[in-house]
Design a protein around this ligand. Structure first.
Ligand code: SAM
Length: 242
């Protein structure tokens, strides 16, 4: 059936590709992807040979129009380098426009690093806020942490090895005492999930520079601390005076 198929691909372990993903990729007229080398490798491993077209949200209107015209006639798949399309990855403008035009849009779901990390980290999962990538500049990064400090939810961020230590430093300054988890190389050979305070993790990663792909998680704000005695006394005095 013509339309746009959002196909999730593995985040490291090829075994996580679904049967439906293979089936869908095998049938589509075109595979739109972020990087034809990365997706070409995946298609090769799956024994599929499909035409690929590079696409991201910075693509020209003409390039997007061409894909939209194609999916009105035949099935078009959108994949990203890894994981679920549109999750800190391109596709939003394409999906929005396809839906606006009444083109069938569907998902072939699969892994997403944010969900994998959240399910493994041992932090509350009833509420979470996905923060995407933290800014690379220190001031902007701290501003984001301050902005989210009171959100009663687990915070989930995508992170990179070279920036992890700086983010942990910022966390230990802005949100001290919070439970933090670092999930690294998920579904791969050197998968690791470490938790502690930002300070504990900082000690570890400062001497073990992390390689690979990382999800950084921060537990919700700790229960409000009891007010200090002098604060209670002052409030009582005011109330009595009134
Ligand atoms: N769309 C992808 C998804 O659904 O997970 C995410 C794309 S985003 C550009 C890439 C980031 O996802 C990485 O920098 C890292 O934070 C996270 N990530 C992807 N694969 C991962 C893995 N195997 N282990 C840990 N984090 C991963």
């Amino acid at each position: 059936e013509p339309g746009l198929y959002l196909v999730a691909t593995p985040i490291g372990n090829l075994g996580d590709v679904s049967r439906r993903a293979i089936d869908t990729l095998g049938r589509c007229a075109v595979v739109a992807c972020e990087d034809t080398r990365v997706t070409g490798k995946l298609l090769n491993l799956l024994g599929l040979h499909r035409p690929m077209r590079r696409y991201d949200d910075h693509a020209s209107d003409a390039a997007r129009e061409a894909l939209l015209a194609e999916m009105a006639q035949s099935p078009v798949a959108l994949v990203s380098d890894a994981g679920t399309p549109l999750i800190s990855d391109p596709g939003y403008k394409l999906v929005r426009e396809a839906r606006a035009r009444g083109i069938m849009v569907t998902s072939v779901p699969g892994p997403s690093a944010l969900v994998v990390a959240l399910s493994m980290a041992g932090l509350p999962t009833d509420r979470f806020l996905f923060g995407g990538f933290l800014p690379s500049k220190d001031k902007a990064r701290r501003d984001v942490m301050e902005e989210l400090a009171q959100v009663p939810a687990t915070l989930v961020f995508y992170e990179t090895g070279p920036r992890l230590v700086a983010s942990l430093e910022a966390l230990s300054a802005v949100l001290p005492g919070r439970e933090v988890a670092v999930a690294r190389e998920l579904t791969k050979l050197h998968e690791e999930c470490r938790s502690g305070t930002a300070h504990d993790l900082l000690e570890h990663y400062a001497s073990h520079p992390p390689r690979g792909e990382i999800v950084l998680l921060v537990g919700p704000p700790l229960a409000q601390e009891a007010p200090a005695d002098d604060v209670i006394e002052a409030e009582l005095r005011t109330a009595l005076a009134e």
